[in-house]
Write a protein that binds this ligand. Structure first.
Ligand code: EPZ
Length: 459
C-alpha cells in the first residue's frame, strides 16, 4: 500500500466500524494487586436508581502515565513515576518497554524504569496492536538510538486515527521514514536535528512524540499549534526535571532546545481528569453528592461549565472537586468537543448519558473523532431518545431509562453505559468489560463505595 495512505490511516475503515479483533482480544494481565482483573468475558451488573453519596479517590492519569513511561527510553538512568494507575493499558506499555530493554520494578503505585541500554529498536505488531499509544516509543527510540522500527497501530473503534503528523514532523527533524509491511521504519544516521514544526491539526500524540524526540535532537525545535492538554504539561515538567530544556509549557507553542543526555528523576503523575469527569457526571445523573478526592477543577473546566448550565453544582473543595445535584432537575445543554481547553472528546459519551435524562434537548457535536457515537444504539436500548445527524447527536431528555443488556464498544462508550445504568430503572448488564479495565481502576469498588449497586459477574 502507498506509504502516505498507510501513514494517514486511510487503509482503515472510516464508516461505521465493527470492532477490530485486536480490540476484542485485549488481554487484562495486570501486575501487582489488580482489583479490576477477571476473565476476559466479564460483565458488570448494575442495579440503578441509587444516588451516589460520599467520596471517590481519583487515581493517576492513564493518558499522562503512558507518555511519561515512554520518556524512560530517553535516558540510561532511573525514572521513577509515582501515582501510577493499575490499568491494562499500563501493563501493555510495560511489556513493550521491557522488550526494548527497560528494566522495571513496581511497588504499589510506584514504578521504577531504567533504560540502561536499548536492546531492541523494534516495537512489534503483537504488542503495538493492543494499544495505539504504543506509537509513543517511536520518537524516544529514534532520538536515542538513531533508528526505530515500530508497527503501525492499525484501525480503531472510534476512528481511523492515522499517525501521519508524527511521521511528517520526524521527517522534518531529519529522519528518513518508510512504511513497509505494516511497519514504520525510521532512520536518523546522524541523530535528529531541531526543526520548526507547524502542526496542521492539533494532535495530543504527535505533540508528545515530537516533544519526547526533540529533547535529544541537535538544536532548537519549535512546535506550533501544539496540543495543550494537561497531560502534555505533565510530560514537559517531567522532561524538564530530567534535564530537558523546554519553554512555553501549557501553551500551543513549545520551544525545545536539545541536550546531549537526560538524567533520572522522580515524578508524580497528575490526577486523571477523565476519570474525575466521569464520576462527576455519574454523581449528577443519580442526583447525588460526591467529593472527588485529588481531582483538579481547572483540568475539567469546560465540563464544569456545561454541568453548571445543566443545573449541577460543581466546585473546588478540600483540594478536590465537589459535585452535587440533590433535588434539582437536569436541563439540556449543547456541547461540542474540542482540543483542550475545550470540551474533551473523552467525556462526550458520558455527557450524552447525562443529557438523556435532562429536561429539553441537547445537541452534542463530536469534532475530534469521526466514529465516536457507538454508545448511541446501546443508550437507545435503555430508552434514550437520540438522533444522529452526521457528527452531531440530538438528545431529547426522557422521563426514565430502563435497564437492559448492553455491549461496551470502547473505553469511554463503556463509561457512558455505566452512567446510564446507574440512573436506569432495574438491572443493566454491560458486556465486554475489558474496555473499562483499560482506563478505569477499581470501577466497581469506587462506585460501590458511594452507594451504587455494582458487581462484576463471569460470563
Ligand atoms: C489522545 O489520543 C488520547 N490518548 C485519547 O484518549 C484522546 O481521545 C485524544 O488524545 C484526543 O484528546 C492518549 O492520550 C493515550 P490525537 P491521540 O492525536 O493522541 C487525528 C481515551 O479514551 N490525527 O489528539 O491518538 C486523529 O485521527 C483515548 O483515553 C491525524 O489525523 O489523539 C484525531 O481525529 C481515546 N494524524 C485527531 O487528530 C495524526 O498523525 C486527534 O487525535 C494524529 C492524529
Amino acid at each position: 500500500m502507498d506509504v502516505e495512505l498507510l501513514a494517514r490511516g486511510d487503509g482503515h475503515a472510516h464508516g461505521p466500524v465493527v470492532l477490530p479483533p485486536a480490540e476484542e482480544r485485549t488481554e487484562k494481565v495486570l501486575r501487582g494487586p489488580a482489583k479490576t482483573t477477571g476473565p476476559v468475558m466479564d460483565k458488570i451488573r448494575i442495579r440503578g436508581g441509587r444516588p451516589l453519596n460520599g467520596t471517590i479517590a481519583i487515581g493517576g492519569a492513564k493518558n499522562a502515565a503512558l507518555p511519561l513511561m515512554a520518556a524512560s527510553l530517553l535516558t540510561d538512568q532511573k525514572l521513577t513515576l509515582t501515582n501510577v494507575p493499575e490499568l491494562a493499558d499500563i501493563e501493555t506499555l510495560l511489556r513493550l518497554l521491557e522488550q526494548h530493554g527497560v528494566e522495571m520494578s513496581r511497588e504499589n503505585r510506584r514504578l521504577d524504569l531504567t533504560g540502561s541500554e536499548i536492546i531492541s529498536t523494534t516495537a512489534p505488531y503483537e504488542l503495538v496492536r493492543k494499544m495505539r499509544a504504543s506509537v509513543l516509543v517511536l520518537g524516544p527510540i529514534l532520538a536515542r538510538a538513531h533508528q526505530a522500527k515500530v508497527s503501525l497501530p492499525g484501525g480503531c473503534a472510534i476512528g481511523a486515527r492515522p499517525v501521519d503528523l508524527h511521521l511528517k514532523a520526524l521527517t522534518q527533524m531529519g529522519a528518513d521514514i518508510t512504511v513497509e509491511q505494516g511497519y514504520i521504519e525510521a532512520q536518523a544516521k546522524n541523530g535528529l536535528r531541531g526543526a520548526h514544526i507547524v502542526f496542521p491539526q492539533v494532535s495530543v500524540g504527535a505533540t508528545e512524540n515530537i516533544l519526547l524526540a526533540a529533547t535529544l535532537a541537535e538544536g532548537e525545535t519549535i512546535l506550533e499549534n501544539a496540543a495543550r492538554e494537561p497531560e502534555i504539561s505533565d510530560l514537559a515538567h517531567c522532561l524538564i526535571a530530567m534535564g530537558a530544556q523546554i519553554e512555553g509549557v501549557g501553551s500551543d507553542r513549545l520551544t525545545i532546545t536539545g541536550v546531549k543526555a537526560l538524567h533520572g528523576t522522580t515524578h508524580a503523575i497528575m490526577p486523571d481528569r477523565i476519570e474525575a469527569g466521569t464520576y462527576a457526571i455519574a454523581t449528577a445523573i443519580t442526583g447525588g453528592t460526591v467529593e472527588l478526592e485529588g481531582a483538579r477543577l481547572d483540568h475539567i473546566d469546560a465540563l464544569a461549565h456545561k454541568m453548571r448550565e445543566a443545573g449541577v453544582t460543581i466546585d473546588e473543595r478540600n483540594g478536590g472537586v465537589f459535585v452535587n445535584r440533590a433535588n434539582r432537575d437536569l436541563i439540556g445543554v449543547d456541547a461540542m468537543t474540542e482540543p483542550f481547553p475545550g470540551f474533551p472528546t473523552d467525556l462526550q459519551a458520558q455527557f450524552m448519558a447525562l443529557m438523556t435524562r435532562a429536561k429539553g434537548a441537547s445537541m452534542l457535536t463530536e469534532t475530534i473523532f469521526e466514529n465516536r457515537f457507538m454508545h448511541v444504539p446501546e443508550l437507545q436500548r435503555m430508552g434514550a431518545n437520540i438522533n444522529l445527524h452526521g457528527s452531531s447527536a440530538m438528545v431529547r431528555g426522557v422521563g426514565k431509562l430502563t435497564g437492559a443488556p448492553v455491549m461496551a464498544s470502547d473505553l469511554r462508550a463503556s463509561a457512558s453505559l455505566v452512567i446510564a445504568a446507574l440512573a436506569a430503572e432495574g438491572e443493566t448488564e454491560i458486556a465486554r468489560v475489558y474496555h473499562l479495565d483499560r482506563g478505569y481502576e477499581c470501577l466497581e469498588q469506587k462506585l460501590t463505595g458511594v452507594g451504587a449497586e455494582v458487581e462484576r459477574v463471569g460470563d
